[in-house]
Design a protein around this ligand. Structure first.
Ligand SMILES: NC(=O)c1ccc[n+]([C@@H]2O[C@H](COP(=O)([O-])OP(=O)(O)OC[C@H]3O[C@@H](n4cnc5c(N)ncnc54)[C@H](O)[C@@H]3O)[C@@H](O)[C@H]2O)c1
Ligand SMILES: [Zn+2]
Ligand SMILES: [Zn+2]
Length: 366
C-alpha cells in the first residue's frame, strides 16, 4: 500500500459543509455556512455549482411577494455545474458530467409531465430556491435528475448557456408562444429586464414586423434597441399607452407581453391591445391587478398566464449552438460565487449599475 507516502492535506476540508445564500425573510439574506446537501431519493443527483445567476424572481422573493418561501431556504433556481454523486435510479447523468440545471424539476411520468406541463409536475415544478434549497450555493440537490438536468455540450460557454436554466425558456414559452406571435405582428414588451429581453430575442424566430419595448430604465432600453426593438419608450412620464397607440396608428398591438409583475405594467398591456390581441403575462405578481373587463369584453382578446415549463430548452440549446440565438449579450457583470451579496446589490440596483444578467462563478475548479 502506498497511501502512507501521500502528503497529508494541509487543511482538512469539511465535506459536510458548504456556503450558500440563505433567505431570512423579506429584505434579509446572507452568504452563510450550511450543511452540504446529500442524496435523499434514488432519482436525485448532487451538483457542484460552477456558474449561477440571479433572477428578477429572487428580487420578488426578497420583496416578500412570495410568502410561501420560508426563512432558512437557500435561494436560486439557475445554474450550471458538475455532477458529483447520483442516486441508484439515475441513468442519464453520472459523476463528472457538466450539466445545465433547469429551473423546473420534472418527474416525467405524472399526468402533468406527460402533458408537457412540467411546471405543475406532481413531484416537482418550480421547487428550487422555492420549496427546496436552490442553486446560489456551492452544491445543490436536484430531484428527478434524469429529466431536470441537460448535458452541457463540449466546449460550450457556461455564461451563455446558464440563460437556459430560466430566462430563455421563460421568455419564449410564457411570452412568445403564449402570445402567439406571428410573422408581421406588432408587439409590445413591457419590461426590459433579462426576461423582457429574452422575449425580444426569441420573438425573432417568428419575424414580428414591429416590437416596441417599454421600461423606466434608459440603459435597458438602449440594450433593447441594440437587440432589435423597433422603438423604445420610457414610461416614467406615464404616457406609455398614448405613445404605443400613436406608434400603431391608434390600432394597438397584436401581442402585449407583461414582463415586470406589477399592476402599472399590467394596466399598460390591457390598454394597448388591438382587437383579437393577446396579453401574455410573464411577471410574478405579489398583489392583485384590476382586469378592465368593461373595456375588453368585446375586443376578442386572450389573456394568458404561465409558469415556465422548460419544454423548449432542448430546442433553445440547438438555436444557441447554431449561433441564431446569442444570450451572452445579456451578461453585464461578473462576480465570484462567494461575492454573491455584491452581485445582489448590483442586480437589485440595475438602473444605477447598468446591470442585466450578473454571472456568478465558483472559484473552485476541481
Ligand atoms: N412566469 C414565469 O415562469 C417567470 C419566470 C422567471 C421570471 N418571471 C418574472 O418575470 C419578471 C421579469 O423578470 P426579470 O428577471 O427581467 O426582472 P427584473 O427585475 O430584472 O426586470 C424588471 C424590469 O421592469 C422594469 N420596471 C419596473 N417597474 C416598471 C414600471 N412601472 N414600468 C415599466 N417598467 C418597469 C424595471 O426597470 C426592469 O427593467 C419578474 O416578475 C419575474 O419574477 C416569471
Ligand atoms: Zn427565475
Ligand atoms: Zn411530473
Amino acid at each position: 500500500m502506498t497511501t502512507e507516502l501521500l502528503p497529508a492535506p494541509s487543511v482538512a476540508a469539511d465535506v459536510t459543509r458548504m456556503k450558500a445564500v440563505v433567505y431570512h425573510g423579506p429584505g434579509a439574506h446572507a452568504w452563510e455556512d450550511v450543511p452540504r446537501p446529500t442524496i435523499q431519493h434514488a432519482t436525485d443527483a448532487l451538483v457542484r455549482i460552477t456558474t449561477s445567476t440571479i433572477c428578477g424572481t429572487d428580487l420578488h422573493i426578497l420583496k416578500g411577494d412570495l410568502p410561501a418561501i420560508v426563512p432558512g431556504r437557500i435561494l436560486g433556481h439557475e445554474g450550471i455545474g458538475v455532477v458529483t454523486e447520483v442516486g441508484t435510479a439515475v441513468t442519464a447523468v453520472k459523476p463528472g458530467d457538466r450539466v445545465i440545471i433547469s429551473c423546473v424539476t420534472a418527474c416525467g411520468t405524472c399526468d402533468y409531465c406527460r402533458g408537457g406541463m412540467y411546471s405543475h409536475c406532481r413531484d416537482g415544478g418550480w421547487v428550487l430556491g422555492n420549496t427546496i434549497d436552490g442553486t446560489q450555493a456551492e452544491f445543490v440537490r436536484i430531484p428527478h435528475a434524469d429529466m431536470s438536468l441537460h448535458h452541457l455540450p463540449p466546449g460550450a460557454d457556461e455564461e451563455a448557456l446558464v440563460m437556459l436554466s430560466d430566462i430563455l425558456p421563460t421568455g419564449f414559452e410564457c411570452g412568445v408562444l403564449n402570445g402567439q406571435v406571428k410573422p408581421g405582428d406588432t408587439m409590445a414588451i413591457v419590461g426590459a429586464g433579462p426576461i423582457g429581453l429574452a422575449v425580444l430575442l426569441t420573438a425573432q424566430f417568428y419575424s414580428p414586423a414591429a416590437v416596441h419595448v417599454v421600461d423606466v430604465d434608459d440603459h435597458r432600453l438602449r440594450v433593447a434597441t441594440e437587440f432589435g426593438a423597433t422603438s423604445v419608450i420610457n414610461s416614467a412620464d406615464g404616457n406609455a399607452v398614448e405613445r404605443v397607440l400613436a406608434l400603431t396608428g391608434g390600432a394597438g398591438v397584436n401581442v402585449a407581453v407583461e414582463a415586470v409583475g406589477v399592476g402599472a405594467t399590467f394596466d399598460i398591456c390591457q390598454a394597448i391591445l388591438a382587437p383579437g390581441g393577446h396579453l401574455a403575462n410573464v411577471g410574478v405578481h405579489g398583489a392583485p391587478v384590476t382586469l378592465h373587463i368593461e373595456k375588453l369584453w368585446d375586443r376578442n382578446v386572450t389573456l394568458t398566464t404561465r409558469l415556465v415549463d422548460t419544454v423548449s430548452t432542448p430546442m433553445l440549446l440547438r438555436m444557441i449552438g447554431s449561433g441564431k440565438l446569442q444570450p451572452k449579450r445579456l451578461v453585464t457583470h461578473r462576480f465570484a460565487l462567494d461575492d454573491v451579496m455584491a452581485a445582489y446589490d448590483t442586480f437589485g440596483h440595475a438602473a444605477r449599475d447598468g446591470a442585466l444578467k450578473v454571472i456568478l462563478t465558483s472559484r473552485q475548479e476541481a
